[in-house]
Ligand binder design. Structure first.
Ligand code: 1CP
Length: 343
């Protein structure tokens, strides 16, 4: 049985590309909301393998996506580092803001694999259930994106605290990058060993990093993570998603040993198809809000992405996560349009 997601990620272009959507499990699905309501604490929900697998598979069963992404969260890493992480309904994540790397409990690094073992269990359970032609994706946040939550203590618009900290604390910032990089590696290794077919590194807030620091803060940690995975025997392909870095994507693709690159909706896909190195598989970049409009506007946008990447290995996806307001009907329409069946 061929797995077109994995074939595409290893460099084979398919006439009909594989398709999945970032944040495909979640609040736009009534059946997700039902399971979610049974586990009010979000971290306990992520660490409940039976429930995590159930919601991971919901969008596969419903829409027939080519890949499932395990239900978990990037903020489980600071949680496993003993930072006080909680999710407050209507407010998002809250953390006690870190003011100095010395506040990090270094011993916590020895226990990352143990504390996050329920996520590994979710992956192995999920891999047993998932059809062989579907791929299973494990993931982590990239160090910078995790650090923004650790320093800001919450979601942010401009990441002023984290950016100011970067300029004020040269050596300490590197220390922080080192420790979060080490924790991220442990999280990805247990996911790969448990049965993830591919790994994705979400650097959702890479666009906030001044270009001056991009190599050190975005590319170098990604490079170190992937090189360490390879040294430790992990062979699964890795997709990088440095959101919002525009022209910086060329350097990122050349500076990191990634197999695939996630493209946000701010990137001109025709430019990406022409300028990003040929050995990297492209993924993305439909604006998630086009799924709210649906109809011809969405179909035209899908058509122009397919046209721009024609001949290059490409995994169809959004430029960022699907939003809770998305009508399910439009998700079905998207999958049909990508697979060439107009409904
Ligand atoms: O109430 C709820 O149900 C919580 C909503 C939710 C969900 C469904 C959160 C809280 N996390 C998740 C799951 C999740 N998070 C997945 C697996 C589900 C899937 O994709 O199908 C994944 C891949 C993530 C990754 C994630 N979490 C990212 C990176 C991707 C991205 O969208 O940029 C980030 C930044 C987070 C942090 C996070 N988790 C949740 C919230 C509300 C936030 C903050 C987001 C922000 O700061 O804007």
């Amino acid at each position: 049985m061929t797995n077109i997601f994995l074939e595409t990620l290893s460099g084979t272009a398919h006439r009909i590309p594989p398709v999945w959507l970032m944040r495909q499990a979640g609040r736009y699905l009534p059946e997700y909301k039902e399971v979610r309501a049974s586990e009010p604490d979000f971290i306990s929900f992520c660490l409940n393998p039976e429930k995590a697998v159930e919601v991971t598979l919901q969008p596969i069963d419903k829409f027939g996506f080519d890949a499932a992404i395990i239900f978990s969260d990037i903020l489980l890493v600071p949680w496993a580092m003993n930072r006080n992480v909680r999710f407050v309904t209507g407010q998002g994540p809250l953390l006690d803001p870190l003011t100095d790397p010395s506040e990090i409990d270094e011993n916590s690094l020895d226990h990352i694999a143990g504390k996050l073992s329920p996520v590994a269990r979710s992956l192995s359970l999920c891999r047993e259930t998932l059809a062989p032609e579907k791929a299973l994706i494990g993931f982590a946040g990239a160090p910078w994106t995790i650090i923004t939550y650790m320093l800001e203590g919450q979601s942010s618009r401009d990441f002023a605290t984290a950016r100011k900290w970067m300029w004020d604390n040269d050596r300490k910032f590197d220390e922080l990058l080192d420790v979060v990089t080490a924790a991220t590696i442990e999280f990805l290794i247990i996911q790969a060993q448990a049965g993830a077919d591919a790994l994705m590194l979400f650097d959702s807030w890479a666009g906030a990093v001044p270009a001056h620091f991009r190599r050190r803060v975005v590319s170098e940690p990604a490079k170190r993570i992937i090189e360490t995975l390879r040294r430790r025997g992990i062979t699964q392909p890795v997709i990088g998603f440095p959101k919002g870095i525009g022209e910086g994507l060329v350097a990122y693709c050349n500076e990191t040993p990634i197999d695939g690159i996630g493209l946000d909706h701010g990137v001109d896909i025709a430019w990406a198809a022409r300028h990003l190195p040929a050995h990297v598989t492209l993924q993305g970049n439909l604006d998630p809000l086009s799924l709210i409009a649906g109809g011809e506007a969405m179909n035209r946008a899908i058509g122009s992405i397919l046209e721009a990447v024609d001949g290059r290995p490409h995994i169809f996806n959004l430029g960022h996560g699907i939003t809770p307001e998305t009508p399910e009907r439009h998700v079905h329409d998207l999958v049909n349009r990508v697979r060439g069946r107009m409904s």
